[in-house]
Write a protein that binds this ligand. Structure first.
Ligand code: AMP
Ligand code: FE
Ligand code: FE
Ligand code: ZN
Length: 290
């Protein structure tokens, strides 16, 4: 009879992670405490918080994860410009005290507040009686964005639901769309590295720009988010092969925004922990020590 593998060995082998999550500190609806609770319930061993343009939720999330025995990775999702198009870059193991990072995030957040005012102006010109303060009240955070405008439009009775708000007003090219101030892709990757982090291109399946991925990899990316709730199984496998070919770590995350988009997505992506270890080794400090 075969000797069963020790339980500890099995558990270690099966460790899983979700590297893309949002809280109320940006456009998610969960508090860090709620998110950590859902992470534990979903059986996740490690999670990263990747709120847009902020690391404010990282300290409370670290404490909430520690209380539940879940490993926590401090991160953020930054917007980068490449030839006039927006791409999202995830930074992991960021030094949240880095003064350079803090200065940059403060600039991004200030630009977000101004962008909300500009979007509301455009809506007002379309006859929609929304105020910027109504959006800021819905957002109630330092990193307000289009999802908060969408929620304010629904709450004000101007749109039926969140999706209609994006379709009618907020999507790129629609009347209230305003481009975001962003660093270039190279600057974004450099900022993440300067703050001690590893840089990963988020949800490549949402850009229709697969031809640009090799060039982005050459700018210093460490990983590619191959598994994402909006990637088909076929797309995910294809991105995993792309990552392998380009020397990038294949990562994944649910991009859970709590209840913001209907149903919570946490638990849908179960990234093998080996990918977390591989990504961690790509941080500048780890690479320098190797
Ligand atoms: P912002 O950072 O203000 O440009 O908002 C970007 C966020 O809006 C993304 O992270 C998504 O959460 C959400 N979003 C972007 N496009 C859409 C869309 N077409 N429908 C619904 N949500 C969207
Ligand atoms: Fe978001
Ligand atoms: Fe994103
Ligand atoms: Zn996200």
């Amino acid at each position: 009879m075969d000797t069963p593998a020790p339980a500890s060995r099995l558990t270690a082998d099966m460790k899983i992670a979700d590297l893309h999550l949002h809280t109320r500190f940006s456009d998610g609806t969960y508090t860090p405490e709620e998110l950590a609770g859902h992470a534990a319930t979903a059986g996740l061993d490690a999670v990263a918080l990747t709120d847009h343009d902020t690391v404010e939720g990282c300290a409370p999330m670290a404490a909430a994860c520690a209380a539940r025995g879940v490993e926590f990775i401090p991160g953020s999702e930054l917007t980068a410009d490449l030839d006039g198009r927006e791409f999202h870059v995830l930074g992991y193991w960021l030094d949240t005290e880095s003064s350079l990072l803090r200065v940059r995030l403060a600039e991004f957040q200030a630009a977000r507040f101004q962008r909300i005012r500009d979007m509301v102006d455009r809506l007002n010109h379309k006859g929609i009686g929304l105020t910027a303060d109504a959006v800021f009240a819905v957002a109630d955070c330092g990193s307000p964005g289009r999802p908060h405008v969408a929620r304010a439009l629904v709450e004000g009775g101007h749109c039926r639901d969140y999706d209609e708000a994006f379709e009618r007003f907020l999507k790129k090219g629609r009347p209230a769309w305003v481009p975001k101030v962003a660093l270039t892709l190279t600057e974004t990757i450099q900022l993440i590295h300067a703050a001690g982090g590893a840089a990963v291109l988020a949800h490549p399946g949402l850009y229709r720009a697969d031809n640009l991925i090799p060039g982005m990899a050459a700018q210093g990316l460490d990983g590619l988010e191959c598994w994402h709730t909006r990637h088909s199984a076929t797309a995910s496998e294809s991105y995993a092969r792309t990552a392998e070919r380009l020397g990038l770590v294949a990562t994944g995350g649910s991009d859970c925004h709590g209840m913001a988009k209907g149903e919570p997505l946490i638990g849908r992506i179960r990234l093998p922990y080996a990918q977390v270890t591989a990504l961690k080794a790509r941080r500048p400090v780890a690479a320098a020590a190797a």
